[in-house]
Design a protein around this ligand. Structure first.
Ligand SMILES: *[C@@H]1O[C@H](CO)[C@@H](O)[C@H](O)[C@H]1NC(C)=O
Ligand SMILES: *[C@@H]1O[C@H](CO)[C@@H](O)[C@H](O)[C@H]1NC(C)=O
Ligand SMILES: *[C@@H]1O[C@H](CO)[C@@H](O)[C@H](O)[C@H]1NC(C)=O
Ligand SMILES: *[C@@H]1O[C@H](CO)[C@@H](O)[C@H](O)[C@H]1NC(C)=O
Ligand SMILES: *[C@@H]1O[C@H](CO)[C@@H](O)[C@H](O)[C@H]1NC(C)=O
Ligand SMILES: *[C@@H]1O[C@H](CO)[C@@H](O)[C@H](O)[C@H]1NC(C)=O
Ligand SMILES: *[C@@H]1O[C@H](CO)[C@@H](O)[C@H](O)[C@H]1NC(C)=O
Length: 336
């Protein structure tokens, strides 16, 4: 593997490369190894976006199953390699990548999700949702919502045999955190339709939120922090509904005073866990959202730490373990 490929072997390895690119003269397509096509779609240059097959010999077993044939969506399931696999709580997961790149089968994410299944002793249902700009938001939200219905049906052998669908968490990292939040808002008012599936709450890991106004961490963090605004703006441009700006509820949870479904989330007693760290350019917005939800009376718990970088929780084992500990402290029914 040459040096560039090695750097790009993991998603987050893309981010340091972006450090060179803090000004608007850079071409986000080039930087992300994308080619814009005349029809508005993008080609994601394959060698920079490796994936791994499901793995049958690790701390967890994994399997791919189709979700929606027409939409070409699918699910990667992770079952912990443990004895006594009964009534496993479920974690429905959405991966990161700014809504436009990456896969649940991206090596980092696959590794992280095996550890998630194993450490939290849960059945992980990770959704290969549709990407933008071919499928702009809310396509990804719709796909993850469809996965909740898929879980509820209990037609899959692992879900049927090992899982307890009455204890479900929606979790995601980066853009996946945004997806978990917005799918949560949508699912909250469908709680009767989703039965017997019961959502207990949300886990938002360094969620990708934004807004028209720049935050201090967006502006002040040094180039070495990665994820420059030219890239996050580009991701919003490609993923928000056509004509949408960062002044959009999908981007900014505080827009217009926030969703009225937050009342439903309170009524249902969901818990919301948000993890972040101040070396992440998106940090200030995450804290803002945390404070906002708290003010709205949502049962939200924040775990904000010093240093680190965007993506750290799905990259470094020690940080993943800290995250699992945090999640366990919020959802006390999770066992070892
Ligand atoms: C912007 O980035 C380009 C490419 O890295 C560089 O050549 C140029 O000097 C930079 N401009 C400023 C104002 O930093
Ligand atoms: C599952 O875990 C057991 C106990 O740690 C180990 O002996 C076994 O090799 C694992 N199974 C697979 C397929 O890796
Ligand atoms: C499967 O997981 C094991 C343990 O985590 C790892 O050593 C092995 O390389 C993985 N295999 C593949 C094909 O990813
Ligand atoms: C889960 O993580 C904790 C540290 O937070 C560690 O002590 C424990 O061994 C891990 N358990 C599994 C099954 O990986
Ligand atoms: C942006 O910041 C300005 C000045 O602080 C404030 O008046 C305005 O309400 C903010 N707009 C949004 C959408 O948050
Ligand atoms: C985002 O879209 C706006 C409006 O079309 C454009 O002015 C801006 O240059 C775009 N920014 C990026 C980073 O693509
Ligand atoms: C974050 O969670 C970890 C694990 O539960 C805990 O040890 C740590 O004190 C928490 N940090 C903050 C700032 O809440």
């Amino acid at each position: 593997m040459d040096a560039t490929k090695l750097l790009l072997f993991t998603i987050l390895a893309i981010l340091p490369i972006l450090n060179q690119a803090q000004n608007s003269t850079v071409d986000p397509y080039k930087l992300l190894h994308l080619i814009p096509n005349p029809d508005g779609s993008i080609t994601r240059i394959k060698e920079f976006y490796p994936t791994v097959p499901p793995n049958t010999s690790s701390v967890a077993f994994s399997r791919d199953v189709p979700l929606n044939h027409d939409k070409k969506t699918w699910i990667r399931l992770y079952l912990p390699n443990k004895s006594d696999l009964v009534n496993l709580p479920i974690t429905v997961y959405a991966h990161g990548g700014g809504f436009i790149i990456l896969s649940t089968a991206t090596p980092n994410f696959d590794w992280f999700l095996s550890n998630t299944a194993s450490n939290l002793t849960v059945l992980v249902v990770s959704v290969e949702y549709r990407l933008a700009p071919e499928h702009r938001l809310p396509a990804a939200y719709d796909d993850v919502l469809e996965a909740l219905h898929w879980v509820k049906e209990k037609k899959d052998v692992w879900v049927n045999k090992y899982a307890d669908v009455t204890r479900c968490i929606l979790m995601g990292e980066s853009a996946g955190g945004n997806i978990a939040y917005n799918v949560g808002l949508g699912a909250s008012i469908l709680n009767h339709k989703l039965k017997p599936l019961v959502i207990k709450g949300l886990v938002l890991i360094q969620p990708f939120f934004g807004g028209l106004n720049r935050t201090e961490s967006e502006l002040k963090l040094p180039d070495s922090a990665g994820l420059p605004l030219v890239i996050t703006d580009f991701m919003w441009n490609l993923s928000l509904p056509l004509g949408g700006s960062r002044n959009h509820p999908y981007c900014d949870p505080m827009f217009g005073g926030g969703s009225s479904n937050l009342d439903k989330i309170k009524e249902l007693g969901w818990r919301v866990a948000i993890a972040g760290c101040d070396g992440d350019r998106l940090y200030d917005k995450q804290v803002e959202v945390f404070m906002f939800l708290k003010k709205q009376g949502v049962d939200v718990v924040g775990n904000f730490s010093k240093g680190d970088y965007h993506g750290v929780f799905v990259t470094e084992l020690a940080k993943s373990l800290k995250l699992f500990e945090f999640v366990r402290s919020v959802f006390s029914y999770l066992r070892y």
